[in-house]
Design a protein around this ligand. Structure first.
Ligand code: NAD
Length: 488
């Protein structure tokens, strides 16, 4: 039975149905059944959102009222706190988050990230004076003025929707931009709530707009190609990221891209808790649907057989402690959709065809319910050139690759189109740091170090993206630099 409130568009300060009156069903990943209804925005609605955001940027003091913005963003944050139960419900029902996972990236950590943005905001530099300089016989004073870039199109995915929506919307608002949030078709409710609470927080009309629809492309592509939108902040797949760069080129759009990953965790042979390091790489959190998950495990060949035994035991002990919507301990639920399930299952089939050994899992689990359940799965005897080692599966599938020595581990980790994250474990921290410095990714965890938090930047090298989100850098992504020089 559908039980989520209807997800409405928010355009120019008004909660709205689509102009066409059309809606679509939000399909719950746990059941494969509708859990709510969402407005199905068409071109008319997206156009109205662009007009509203443009006007709010060009014709109000939003872009220069730094203190007012901070105050409203704080108020907005309080309202989200009050609606935490709803956020949890949305994470569980729309995105398929398990109860034990909402504390992490889904809700609590996302709201903590918002607090971090508020904390770093006073460090944003709005003006800077360079030393005076002589030119053509007179002296010149030179200032840099940092100004918001303008209208932002924020296009987000379904996997951790609140986290990504906050990452973009809050930073853009603090920077002084106006925003059109375009959440993924599967998770419109987690976008709609930004509209629902915007008026109560007191935002001027047009500063925040939210549009979504069943068509995954229409609204996003309108934002990407429209000259009135100044910047696209996108999180999603690398394929769509490339398309956005191409399409955005026509209007020389500024693009910020957070894309996919195939991050490697390297466990060196001297890791003090070798068994624990190997076992905890089990890819189960949110059914592996995280961009920065460590989905390639690299272990020394000298301990490869031991690692296999450790993993076999770990997966067997994990058993069936996943996939129950009501169990607060579970951190793994279904994958998002039928389509995603088919995609992941096709990779599992491919792994066997490529000659890897399926150590555990590999089956769809209809006994868990009518939704999209796939067992925690691990492949061993994997070589780094296999497609299952190179392509982002975005499901609960770990691949385990042997290496000869540190150089070989670094080579394997770096032989990837992606460059988002990774990890190194060793009893010798200096050695681990030496390896970490040579990994070509936006973040690396050493001996379990946590490299994701709202006060530090996050982003990717290579095909994992361009630019940084979160922290001071995350706000500065939305600023332009203007130089004003005054002849003294
Ligand atoms: P996706 O790329 O299919 O869609 C992302 C968003 O883009 C959705 O809102 C979608 O409607 C929209 N979109 C699709 N086609 C578009 C187009 N041509 N123009 C404009 N917008 C378009 O990704 P997804 O399936 O929703 O999410 C999974 C992917 O996101 C994975 O690859 C994952 O790695 C990535 N991801 C990356 C990060 C990160 O920070 N690097 C974080 C979360 C997810």
């Amino acid at each position: 039975m559908p039980n989520l409130p209807d997800a409405k568009l928010f355009i120019d300060g008004e909660l709205r149905d689509a102009a066409s009156g059309k809606t679509y069903d939000i399909i719950g990943p746990w059941t494969g059944q509708p859990v709510g209804k969402a407005a199905d925005a068409g071109a008319v609605d997206v156009e109205a959102a662009i007009v509203a955001a443009r006007r709010a940027f060009d014709e109000t003091d939003w872009s220069t009222a730094h203190d007012k913005r901070l105050e409203l963003v704080k108020k907005y944050r309080e309202l989200f706190e009050r609606h935490k139960d709803r956020l949890v419900q949305l994470a569980v029902q729309e995105a398929g988050a398990a109860q034990g996972a909402v504390q992490r990236a889904h809700v609590h950590m996302a709201l903590d990230g918002w607090d971090d943005y508020i904390r770093v905001f006073p460090q944003v530099k709005w003006e800077h004076e360079y030393p005076k300089r002589e030119a053509f016989g007179s002296m010149h004073r030179r200032f840099a003025v940092y100004e918001p870039v303008g209208v932002v199109g924020a296009i987000t995915p379904w996997n951790v929707p609140l986290y990504v929506n906050i990452g973009k919307v809050v930073a853009a608002l603090l920077a002084g931009c106006t925003v059109i949030l375009k959440p993924a078709p599967n998770t419109p409710g987690m976008g709609a709530i930004f509209g629902e609470l915007a008026n109560e927080a007191g935002f001027p009309k047009g500063v925040i707009n939210v549009v979504f629809g069943q068509d995954p492309v229409l609204a996003g592509e309108m934002l990407v190609t429209d000259p009135r939108v100044d910047l696209i902040s996108f999180t999603g797949s690398t394929g769509v990221g490339k398309r956005i760069m191409e399409q955005g080129a026509k209007t020389l759009k500024r693009v910020f891209l957070e894309l996919g990953g195939k991050s490697a965790k390297i466990v060196l042979e001297d890791a003090p808790n070798f068994a624990q390091e190997v076992a905890q790489t089990m890819l189960v959190f949110h059914a592996g649907q995280g961009c920065a998950v460590q989905s390639r495990l690299l272990v020394p060949r000298s301990r490869y057989e031991e690692a296999k035994q450790i993993l076999k035991h770990a997966y067997q002990s994990y058993g069936d402690s996943w996939g129950d919507q009501n169990d607060p301990q579970h951190i793994m639920g279904p994958v998002i959709s039928q389509r995603q399930m088919e995609r992941v299952m096709s990779y599992i089939e491919l792994g066997s065809q490529e000659g890897a050994t399926l150590l555990h899992g590999g089956q769809a689990r209809p006994d868990k319910g009518g939704g999209y359940f796939i067992e925690p799965t691990v492949f061993v005897d994997v070589t780094n050139d296999m497609r299952i080692a190179q392509e982002e599966i975005f499901g609960p599938v770990l691949v385990v690759i042997p290496f000869e020595d540190d150089e070989d581990a670094i080579r394997i980790a770096n032989e990837s189109a992606y460059g988002l994250s990774g990890g190194v474990s060793s009893g010798d921290q200096e050695r681990a740091m030496r390896v970490a410095r040579r990994i070509r990714t936006g973040s690396v965890s050493v001996n379990g170090g946590m490299c994701i938090a709202g006060d530090i930047p996050f982003g990717g090298y290579k095909a994992s993206g361009i630019g940084r989100e979160w922290g001071l850098e995350g706000i500065e992504e939305f600023l332009e630099t203007k130089i004003i020089a005054v002849a003294a």
